[in-house]
Design a protein around this ligand. Structure first.
Ligand code: ISL
Ligand code: CA
Length: 544
């Protein structure tokens, strides 16, 4: 077993994701920024997290809120300056908080100097991207984009360039060794500044085997030519060997459309690729192929998926929401009758599973989906493009409105609710995205004062996890139970914990094991001995 000095710091870490645009605005322009983040470091310290995953703050025209980078070694002026960033890194360090940055290397912004030079005809930079002519056909191949529509757009010269995401995000050509040199230099630049690792955006699509036509697929025609290719594994191994292994990094890959076999290959310790991956299967539990078409959510299916991934990965990256998903309390909880109980249950579950838990900004106060008045309130490029695709399918405005409002990524991007004032303590100006009206009671200030709040439940659960060897390092085993109640054990040499999660809004009779309840979201006077109440979470200890 590893000693404390050789043990990897991230194995017991709790990581908090910040989406800078929506976190805290320091200068009243309605856009969250780095000085805003610095001002909230004491709050994060008090919450008890160990590291921040910072969504992109690099220079960017902002068509995909920073996931379209125009200069990897500079800061977007909307978010601040390089001095602000250096200050964030050093202040966080003083508080013992590490910073993991987002690394977006599948594509750049079309406003990146490289792409601009490529458009101007510079052969060196043309080979940084994929330019092809239509060969007399309409498009170079039949691939689709993640954001709807085709993966190719025409340049003014009449040729096409590849973009798996929006047309403002041209894909890099990872067959070109210069691209490798450029990007490893970017990684080094930030690691030398003292950041602790990377969350690698769509890492398993970066290497395209070839540009041949793909099999028809409802959303992602062409994907067999770029998902989890051998070339991608090779590249990641080289990143690890040449750069990451020289620092004490934590590397989590966002792995789209990933299955357990591929995830194992990406994270197997001996292969020296990634430390862990974000998987999506639990997020898609209620989707029909694409997220816009929903089906009924079945907790039993959700549980089976989580259980499967607990048994798949050496260190799973656990999360129930992020900046691309709807709010977890809307997704897997019940915002009407059991908002508080279900938010606490999701907290309990996330923080008692095996692996590294991620908390997304606002999740710790139970923030809900955006209360948008119509499509005009939505700013996300993905929603915009999907709306265009749906128009082509002749869907009516009211259908498009319904489908998009309930699934848009903007649901998780509404500003963090710090207090109940008009700007929610997020801004003194006009917020870039509508603030939820429920800031009147869902906000940090009020929840800090209420000892039974969701926020204080998070704090206690984080503290509980930190003090529990069984949860931090113990084994995991699912215990037989009714399909929509999740019961599992976490066990160390000293103790066995039974974790009970009722993922429904009904009472559930279950078999109880263990000796003593040591944690839960129902008080002693509300709890029943023979069943779990709606969204009840309990930890029972049994001494061994
Ligand atoms: O958000 C999604 C579904 O609504 C995903 O398909 C998402 O596009 C995919 O997970 C990739 O996400 C990442 O890369 C995108 C960026 O827009 C996302 O914000 C980012 O998390 C392109 O860089
Ligand atoms: Ca600002």
């Amino acid at each position: 077993m590893a000693t404390s000095s050789t043990k990897k710091w991230w194995k017991n870490a709790i990581i908090y994701q910040i989406y800078p645009r929506s976190f805290c605005d320091s200068n009243g322009d309605g856009i969250g920024d780095i000085p805003g983040i610095i001002s909230k470091l004491p709050y994060l310290k008090d919450l008890g997290i160990d590291a921040i995953w910072l969504s992109p703050v690099y220079s960017s025209p902002g068509y995909d809120n920073g996931y379209d980078i125009s200069d990897y070694k500079n800061i977007n002026p909307e978010f601040g300056t390089m001095e602000d960033m250096d200050r964030l890194i050093s202040r966080a360090k003083r508080l013992g908080i590490k910073i993991v940055m987002d690394l977006v290397i599948n594509h750049t912004s079309d406003e990146h100097e490289w792409f601009q030079k490529a458009l101007a005809g510079d052969p060196k930079y043309r080979d940084y991207y994929y330019f092809r002519d239509g060969n007399g056909r309409k498009y170079p191949n039949n691939w689709g984009s993640f954001f709807g529509g085709r993966a190719w757009s025409k340049t003014e010269n009449g040729d096409y360039y590849l973009h798996l995401f929006s047309d403002k995000q041209p894909d890099l050509n990872w067959h070109n060794p210069d691209v490798y040199e450029e990007m490893t230099s970017v990684m080094q630049f930030w690691l030398d500044k003292g950041i602790a690792g990377f969350r690698c955006d769509v890492i398993n699509v970066i290497f395209k085997d070839n540009l041949e036509d793909g099999k028809q697929h409802l959303a992602l025609t062409g994907r067999e030519h770029y998902l989890n290719t051998d070339g991608c594994h090779d590249l990641i191994r080289r990143f690890n060997d040449d750069v990451w292994s020289k620092y004490k990094t934590f590397i989590v890959g966002e792995a789209v459309c990933i299955n357990p076999d591929n995830a194992k290959l990406l994270t197997d310790e001996d292969r020296k690729e990634l430390d862990t991956v974000f998987f999506f299967e639990h997020m898609d539990v209620d989707s029909r192929i694409v997220k816009w078409f929903k089906k009924k959510y079945h907790p039993s299916k959700f549980i089976r998926i989580i259980d499967k991934w607990q048994n798949t990965l050496e260190v799973p990256a656990n999360y129930f929401e992020n900046h691309d998903q709807i709010r977890s309390v809307n997704h897997f909880g019940n915002t009407e009758k059991y908002w508080e109980k279900s938010a606490k249950l999701l907290c309990g579950l996330n923080l008692s599973l095996r692996g590294v838990p991620f908390i997304y900004e606002g999740e710790e106060i139970g923030m809900t989906n955006g209360d948008f008045r119509g499509l005009r309130d939505i700013k996300d490029v993905e929603s915009f493009n999907i709306n265009q695709s749906m128009k082509r399918l002749l869907l009516t405005h009211s259908v498009r409105r319904k489908l998009i409002l309930r699934t848009s990524r903007d649901n998780a991007r509404t500003p963090v609710q710090w207090n109940s004032s008009e700007g929610a303590g997020f801004t003194t100006g006009e917020p870039w995205l509508k603030i939820n009206d429920n800031k009147s009671f869902i906000n940090v200030e009020d929840e800090s004062k209420d000892e039974n709040s969701i926020l204080n439940f998070y704090k206690s659960m984080i503290e509980f996890r930190k003090g529990s060897q069984a949860i931090q390092e113990g084994t995991y085993r699912r215990v037989a139970s009714p399909g929509d109640v999740y019961i599992f054990t976490r066990e160390s040499d000293e103790e066995r914990l039974y974790i009970y999660c009722n993922l429904t809004s009904m009472n559930k009779v279950v078999e109880f094991y263990g000796d003593r309840i040591i944690f839960g979201n129902y008080g002693e006077d509300e709890r029943l001995d023979f069943m779990l109440k709606p969204y009840e979470f309990r930890i029972v200890v049994s001494n061994i």
